[in-house]
Design a binder for this molecule. Sequence first.
Ligand SMILES: [Ca+2]
Ligand SMILES: [Ca+2]
Length: 250
Amino acid sequence: MKILQFLLTSTFAQNFNALSPGNDPDAAMTMFKEIYFPIFKASFTNLDHDKMHRQKAEDVGEMRFVERMFDYCVGEDDYFMSFEEDLACGTRMLTDMSKAFPELAELVEEDDPELNSMVYEILDVNGDGGMDREEYQDSVYCAIRVMAAKFVQFAPPDLKENLVHILSSFAETIPTLLNNEEMESFMSGHPRIYRIIKQRFNEKRLGKLFRTVDFNNDDEICERELTKFAINLLDEFSDLAELISDETDY
Ligand SMILES: [Ca+2]
Ligand SMILES: [Ca+2]
């Protein structure tokens, strides 16, 4: 659920900073829960879920990052994950991440437990206190759809107009960023991981990912396209995490 909490707060981030003029994160979180969360909840509830699930099957098929998360959290043979297992796994994930990248450990924030429960309550559509792999994928897809819709709705017009171009240009900017001197010195303690990242995020591979964002070719990004893009990206990162963990043995 870590990823969802991150996506949820960053989707509303343009408003999130404005919520707290004194830059008080606790106050901003409270406002977020009171003002934006109900909007998310209502939009999720009002979705045509059957239609969404059909589009999910068409656009993204199996969401690898969710499958991997289940494998990691409850084991490859287990189909169901309770809320408690989900929480415990989030903590374990942070510990493992900070083992791999001690320098990033303090940047990783703990989830807000109350927001976590609020999100979970909505996503656990059948209310049985946990989710199986299919329910998790369906719910995460629909949650991302809601966030994508809000993003498209609230994004400033100039950003919206340029989104296709901005996202396509990532195919060139990411490899450039990865190969600059600063990145090289930052990653100097992890040469093998750095090599994997560079191999993985080359221009050709990224081109496939980023240049097909506007898959109905109307020069605009709609929420369905943005959702597919976000999930492809999360799948991509989960592939990368698996490659890295194979390299580093934990
Ligand atoms: Ca459930
Ligand atoms: Ca489009």
